[in-house]
Structures are given as structure tokens and as C-alpha cells.
Design a protein around this ligand. Structure first.
Ligand code: OOG
Ligand code: NI
Length: 465
């Protein structure tokens, strides 16, 4: 029985997330500044809102927040994506959702690797937004073939990382020493390399086709391009960023400021211009620069049902039809005002959101419910009788329009390009070697399970909707 000696995937993920954070802090000092700012704002928010603190504690979700972060990488080939899926699986991270960014002028499609079970999310919810470059969207066939040839020649995983992935698959996990080595080896894949694997001419051609293509193809590996801590008050952090010498993008992506946060709000600071060197035929190096790495923060709210999400998408579209946020920030104030006005149509109290069937909630017995000898007729009356309470289920995923805004802001203001909208989940899943988890089905299941845990006090339990 080797099982007892295996390290839990949750522990490997936690160790990896911590190692990645330490590496990025070294490489991009502004990330460290942002982490401190977020920690201060979170502490102040909790101190000012004891009710929020109580509910986070009661749902066992306070501890995870200070450790919480997501990162992003951009891969070049189907083989890289498939191996990355296997690497993340060792850490209990699975692909959830499909994001097509071609519509937004970014030639990638993406998924998010993340833990799925409740216990794993509580232990450490580390996620990685993972994009695959779509060479099929490059018009210039010659360049497409050259880029494919460069990508085919690179190896983004160390030999030992691959051996350990295979071992984990064979044995159902890794022992302590192997797990530690796995974290070290896999970290190499995400490391920044300042020596390009192409020359300046090739870089320029890739860059002209799209800055993102240059970022993916020109380097030895898929450097982590940002790490994002979770804040409980994104407006406060956004306001304080300039005083810490960090210039945020003009507008916060996602829904407006609300009493009851929904989905996800994000803001970032622009990518740094970093020195890199390019190959020149004679073995020497030529100095140049590249912008790819940036910083981001996010605030997470309740996960929305398909009905809630449709309303969110509609209101966001309506807003953007009235005011499209300019990359230079010139109409930021008008956009924020309009966003707030248009979103007045979205209920802003938890019970209203819940009763309208717009969000997912986790139901649990109150102290009264736990000691009750009485039962109530339905879930709704059990809530009214004070036997059952509900908490918003946190949205653990991403938003394609926001992601596009983040991509654009860190690619530079002139990077927007038109591609024909061409979502291709079938191709993505074929390249991935697996299907992505449907996020809505997943949240619905969590809600349903929580309702079942309250059946002791309900006569006639039917779903909330
Ligand atoms: C990923 C951008 C998307 C988010 O938080 O929506 C993203 C990238 O720039 O590679 O990270
Ligand atoms: Ni991000």
C-alpha cells in the first residue's frame, strides 16, 4: 500500500502556488507591492464589516483569501497544452470553461485550470488561465509555417518534470520527495527567459502579425505573465495604486461597484518593458525589449445562473453600446457612470438575487435549524422560519470580455485587431486531450448538494428555482 505515502494534490498545488508567488515577487517587484496593498485593504475591509467576516468564517472561506491568486500563461502548441493538462492534474487542477478570445481581437482560446471540489478550493483555490495560440488565425501562411517550426523545436518542460508527471499518473500520486522535486521542475516552465529563441527580424515579423504571437513564439517557455491576488474591495485598491507608484488601467473590468458583488471585477497595471536579447546568426546577442508581464487584482462575487449570466451579458453589452471604454482612459468616467446606471436593472440584495434565480447559493442549517424538532414545509419557509440560511457561492471562473480587456491593456493600445469570430471548443478539447468542465452544471450541483444537507428540516424540498 503506497497510498499512505502519497502527497495530496492539494498540498502540491499549495506548494506550487507559493513557489510561483515567490518567484514572481523576485522577478516583478510591483507584484510584491500589490500583494501588500491587497493585504492591507482586505484587513481594513474585514475590520469595517464584521458581518462579512462572520459569514466568511462560517463558510470556512476566510483563510483561503489571503493565499488566493490566479496566474496566466499562453501556450504555443497542442502538445504543450496536453502536457500542461497532465501537469496540472498532478496538483488537482482541472480545465473548467472554454473562452474564445478571437472575437475580441486576440488570437487565442483558453480554459482555466483550477481545483474543483469544495475542500480543495478551501485548501487553496490557485487557478491558471491558460491560452493556446491559434496559428490558424494568422493570415500570412509563410509566417504561420515559420512560427510553427520555431514552436515545434522548443521544449517547455524539463525531462524530470515529464518523468514525474508519468510517475504520478502510474502510481496515482507522488511521494514527498518526488512532489518537492516536481514543484521545482515545473516552476522552470513558468520562468522568465530574457534570451529570445528568434532573431530581431523574426521577432519584428511576429510582432507585426500580433504582439501576442511574438510573446508566445519568441521565447523558450510560457513565462507566467501575471499573478493576481484577490481583494475584498477592488475600488479601494484601485484608488491606492497610484500612491504606490503603480498605474492601473483606466477602468475596472466587469460589473460596477455593488452592495452584493457578482461574478468578477478585475483591474491591472500595464505590462513592463523589459530588456531581452535576440539571437544574431553569429552566436552573439542583440539587445532589445519586450513587454509581456503585468500585474492584476480581482474581487470575486456570487456565481450567476445561466439566467443571471444572460442578464449580466445583456447589461454589459447595453453599456458598451452606449459608451465603449477607450484604451487611453479618456472616457473612463462616462463609462463608469453608464455602467452603474445600466446595472441598476440587476437586483442588488442577496435575497432578491436568489429569489429571481440569478445566482447560486449554498444553503445550510442555522443553529436554530440544527436543534429544531420542528420542520418547515419548503426551502423558502424554512428560510423564513430561520431554520436555513444561505450564502453566495463564489464565482471561481473568468469572463471572456474582461479577459479580452486585460489582454488588450497589457498588449498596448494599438494591438486591437479584427479576427473573424471563430470559437472552436471541439478543436480546443481535442488539443487538450479532455473535455472542459461545464461551470454552470458544476455550480448547480454544489447548490443542490447544499439543499440536500438541509433536508432534516424541510418536508418538501424542491430546488430554489
Ligand atoms: C490572460 C488574460 C486573462 C484574466 O484574469 O481574465 C486573465 C493573458 O493575458 O494571458 O488573466
Ligand atoms: Ni488574470
Amino acid at each position: 500500500m503506497t497510498e499512505a505515502h502519497l502527497t495530496s494534490p492539494d498540498d502540491i498545488r499549495s506548494a506550487f502556488s507559493a513557489a510561483m508567488s515567490a518567484m514572481y515577487r523576485d522577478e516583478v517587484p510591483a507584484y510584491g507591492t500589490l500583494m501588500e496593498l491587497v493585504a492591507d485593504v482586505n484587513a481594513a475591509t474585514l475590520a469595517a464589516d464584521p458581518a462579512l467576516k462572520d459569514r466568511l468564517e462560517a463558510t470556512d472561506s476566510l483563510a483561503r483569501i489571503s493565499e488566493e491568486r490566479h496566474g496566466a500563461i499562453r501556450l504555443g502548441t497542442p502538445a504543450e497544452l496536453a502536457m500542461m493538462r497532465r501537469a496540472f492534474a498532478v496538483m488537482g487542477m482541472f480545465p473548467v470553461g472554454y473562452y474564445d478570445l478571437s472575437t475580441a481581437g486576440v488570437p487565442v482560446h483558453s480554459t482555466a485550470f483550477r481545483p474543483i471540489s469544495d475542500e480543495s478550493l478551501k485548501r487553496n483555490p490557485f487557478r491558471v488561465f491558460t491560452s493556446l495560440l491559434r496559428l490558424d488565425l494568422i493570415a500570412d501562411e509563410g509566417l504561420r509555417a515559420e512560427a510553427a517550426a520555431v514552436l515545434a523545436g522548443r521544449k517547455i518542460f524539463t525531462d524530470n518534470a515529464v518523468l514525474l508527471i508519468e510517475k504520478a499518473e502510474r502510481d496515482g500520486g507522488l511521494g514527498t520527495a518526488d512532489a518537492e522535486q516536481f514543484v521545482r521542475e515545473l516552476l522552470e516552465t513558468f520562468r522568465w527567459h530574457d534570451q529570445a529563441i528568434v532573431d530581431t527580424q523574426m521577432y519584428a515579423r511576429l510582432h507585426d502579425a500580433h504582439r501576442l504571437i511574438a510573446d508566445v513564439v519568441s521565447f523558450k517557455g510560457p513565462h507566467i505573465n501575471h499573478l493576481t491576488p484577490r481583494t475584498l474591495d477592488i475600488d479601494a485598491v484601485q484608488d491606492k495604486m497610484p500612491a504606490h507608484n503603480i498605474a492601473p488601467k483606466a477602468v475596472v473590468e466587469g460589473p460596477p461597484t455593488r452592495a452584493c458583488p457578482i461574478l468578477l471585477r478585475q483591474t491591472s497595471f500595464k505590462a513592463l518593458e523589459e530588456p531581452v536579447s535576440f539571437q544574431s546568426g553569429d552566436g552573439s546577442w542583440k539587445a532589445g525589449s519586450h513587454t509581456a508581464r503585468f500585474g492584476e487584482i480581482e474581487q470575486r462575487g456570487v456565481a450567476l445562473t445561466p439566467k443571471g449570466r444572460a442578464l449580466y451579458d445583456k447589461l454589459l453589452n447595453d453599456t458598451r453600446a452606449l459608451v465603449r471604454p477607450a484604451a487611453d482612459g479618456s472616457n473612463a468616467a462616462a463609462y463608469v457612470t453608464t455602467l452603474g446606471e445600466v446595472f441598476a436593472a440587476f437586483p442588488d440584495d442577496w435575497n432578491g438575487i436568489r429569489q429571481a434565480g440569478l445566482g447560486y447559493f449554498r444553503y445550510s442549517l442555522t443553529a436554530k435549524g440544527q436543534n429544531a424538532s420542528i420542520r418547515s414545509a419548503t426551502l423558502e419557509t424554512a428560510i423564513a422560519d430561520g431554520l436555513v440560511t444561505f450564502d453566495p457561492i463564489v464565482y471561481e471562473d473568468f469572463l471572456p470580455v474582461s479577459a479580452a480587456g486585460i489582454f488588450q491593456s497589457n498588449l498596448g493600445d494599438h494591438a486591437a485587431q479584427e479576427f473573424v469570430a471563430s470559437p472552436n471548443q471541439v478543436m480546443f478539447e481535442r488539443d487538450l486531450g479532455a473535455k472542459v468542465v461545464d461551470e454552470f452544471a458544476h455550480y448547480a450541483q454544489i447548490e443542490q448538494t447544499s439543499i440536500e444537507s438541509c433536508l432534516a428540516v424541510i418536508d418538501n424540498a424542491i430546488a430554489a428555482e
